[in-house]
Ligand binder design. Structure first.
Ligand code: LIP
Length: 265
């Protein structure tokens, strides 16, 4: 595939992410009536998550029927084109329910390599996109990570797993981290955490226990904006790996500070 092909994938992802984001807002305005739980009582899924994934799958299948699909709410189709879409219809479902920032995230990957993606934040009407070799954008304007080389002046974001025991271990890890950085942010949506690094709104992000659909688009957006990605795409979503995405000047220092990830149950 050429850079032009990757750009077309990003444009398709943007159109669909925006449509899914608007559908999520429509459901929110009507009032959500079906809130179910998944891996724990605090891991929630709504009728909007399912409807948005259905919409995204329909649009992608119509446009690129040979592509594979891997969605948080169950979409699972092998690829015959070499491209697989990793889909989070509403990344930050808890945020969505509480009226905090959320985003549909669509990332196209060739094997272990994201090559195009879009993340749309409806509350702020912000579209983040990237394609391989083409840089990253926020509403069409190029974005870059911060120039920073002091970890003690870095604004770092992270997230917590849905399991209480794992959260406790993450909190113990955090006690050491917070003593050596400027401050911490907990955004609640991995995709938007990655976009924040790309746009220079934070200096780094780390988390464990996330999924391919949370990070496929965001990892590419961060990388194309100049971020250092300390572990591979597939390693990051194989649960136990510590994902670290940072401005280059602090990536090694943060990786050393965060250390080995806590065991996931
Ligand atoms: C969320 C992630 C976030 C993580 C949350 C949750 P979801 O995804 O984007 O980074 O900290 O625990 O997993 O489940 O809202 O799509």
């Amino acid at each position: 595939m050429t850079e032009t092909d990757y750009k077309a994938l990003s444009e398709l992802a943007q159109d669909i992410a925006r449509e899914a984001g608007q559908l999520a807002l429509d459901y929110k305005a009507k009032g959500l009536t079906q809130v179910d739980t998944k891996s724990s009582e605090v891991d929630m899924v709504t009728e909007a998550d399912k409807a948005c994934e259905k919409l995204i799958v329909e649009r992608l299948t119509a446009a690129r029927p040979e592509d594979g699909l891997k969605g948080e709410e169950g979409a699972d189709k092998p690829s015959t084109s070499g491209i697989t879409w990793h889909i989070d219809p509403i990344d930050g479902t808890t945020n969505y329910l509480y009226g905090l920032p959320f985003a549909p995230s669509l990332g196209a990957a060739i094997g272990d390599e994201p090559v195009a993606g879009a993340i749309y934040a409806p509350f702020s009407d912000e579209m983040f996109d990237a394609y391989k070799g083409g840089g990253s954008r926020l509403n069409g304007e190029t974005i870059r990570v911060n120039e920073i080389d002091r970890l003690d002046l870095a604004l770092v974001s992270s997230g917590l797993y849905y399991d209480a025991d794992v959260r406790t271990k993450q909190a113990q890890q955090l006690v050491n981290v917070v003593a050596h950085i400027r401050d911490l942010r907990r955004g609640g949506a991995a995709s938007l955490d990655l976009c924040s690094v790309a746009a220079g709104r934070t200096d780094a992000y780390y988390e464990i226990g996330i999924n391919s659909w949370d990070i496929a688009a965001g990892m590419l957006i961060a990388a194309e904006a100049g971020a250092t990605i300390k572990t591979s795409f597939e390693a990051n979503w194989n649960k136990g790996t510590q994902m670290i995405v940072a401005a280059p000047g602090i990536a090694d220092a943060l990786s050393e500070l965060v250390g080995d990830p806590p065991e996931l149950n």
